[in-house]
Design a protein around this ligand. Structure first.
Ligand code: C2E
Ligand code: MG
Ligand code: MG
Ligand code: MG
Length: 279
């Protein structure tokens, strides 16, 4: 009996595995097709200056044009298959083109943050690709901010630091994404060339508990003492905004001030003041 049900269970598990492999192959195919047929689009989520409540810049977040599939699902598949190299270059080029478009149409150019996968360190030509793109469209490099995660530091560290230093030499800014999850070691902040830390949503979610507020406040003041800026992500409610303002956080990103939106929607709010959100 036990054996039989064990075997059935095993069979069931196999089928599930096959289904999940099929699903992965399907998604991988979708990514290849999107790369070939202009099937990707960037959505833009506003990043707000805590003091002025104006829009500082936007984070570019990747989407399929014809599917709502989350990048949390398809980016790992792009990474496993190696397609992330081409995807990453597409995102980079698209952000540069968007900056060029904004430069032509808006008086004040605002920075775009893009996410760089740890796997993209293997893209030998990436830094030159980025540099050449910025030069071609005459975009001052500081208008691109590259978001990396701490996992980048778990890989071959010497090579990684060299990569980050070269990236920094291009003149782009570097932000440490999802800070406060994973292996957060504060010592990283002293030997990699970061300009900004992005406090993860999970920190601000637990936020109204006293110990977390203390952690948050200390992280912010530590960052400031290292001359780093701080942005809090995943901010959904007013209470969190108010407390982050007290804690002197520089920027906020989250549904409270806006979800990721298509570029024509971003254009509409580009120069607006968002104080009505907290009124
Ligand atoms: P991330 O870089 O940490 O981006 C923030 C994610 O949190 C985004 O999810 C954003 O839509 C979501 N978010 C922002 N504010 C709030 C909020 O107030 N509440 C909640 N619940 N969520 C909020 P998204 O767009 O689904 O992206 C998920 C992850 O996929 C990103 O996390 C990033 O790691 C990755 N990703 C997205 N686009 C790219 C890309 O172009 N390249 C790479 N390598 N990864 C990307
Ligand atoms: Mg990010
Ligand atoms: Mg993040
Ligand atoms: Mg995050």
């Amino acid at each position: 009996q036990v054996k039989a049900s064990g075997r059935n269970h095993f069979k069931f598990f196999d089928l599930e595995m096959i289904e999940s492999i099929k699903e992965k192959v399907k998604i991988e195919t979708k990514i290849r097709e999107a790369l070939k047929n202009d099937g990707f689009v960037l959505h833009y989520q506003p990043q707000i200056k805590v003091d002025a409540l104006s829009i500082y810049g936007f984070e570019a977040l990747l989407r399929f044009k014809n599917d709502t599939l989350s990048p949390a699902v398809f980016i790992p598949i792009a990474e496993e298959s190696g397609l992330i190299i081409e995807v990453g270059r597409w995102v980079t080029n698209e952000a540069i083109l968007q900056l060029y478009d904004w430069k032509e149409r808006h008086i004040n150019l605002k920075p775009i943050s893009i996410n760089l996968s740890t796997k993209q360190i293997m893209d030998k030509g990436y830094i030159e690709f980025l540099r050449a793109g910025l030069e071609k469209y005459a975009i001052p490099p500081e208008f691109i901010e590259i978001e990396i995660t701490e996992s980048i530091l778990l890989e071959k560290t010497e090579k990684t630091i060299e990569f980050l230093n070269e990236l920094k030499q291009v003149g782009v800014k570097i932000a440490l994404d999802d800070f406060g999850t994973g292996y957060s070691s504060l010592s990283y902040l002293t030997f990699i060339p970061v300009d900004k830390i992005k406090l993860d949503k999970s920190l601000s979610d637990k936020f109204l508990e006293l110990t977390n507020i203390k952690v948050m406040d200390s992280l912010i003041s530590l960052a400031h003492s290292l001359e780093l800026e701080v942005i809090a992500e995943g901010i959904e409610d007013l209470e969190q905004y108010r407390r982050l303002r007290v804690g002197k956080c520089d920027y906020i990103q989250g549904y409270l001030f806006g979800k990721p939106i298509e570029v024509n929607e971003a254009d509409k709010i580009y120069d607006s003041n968002l104080s009505y959100v907290i009124a």
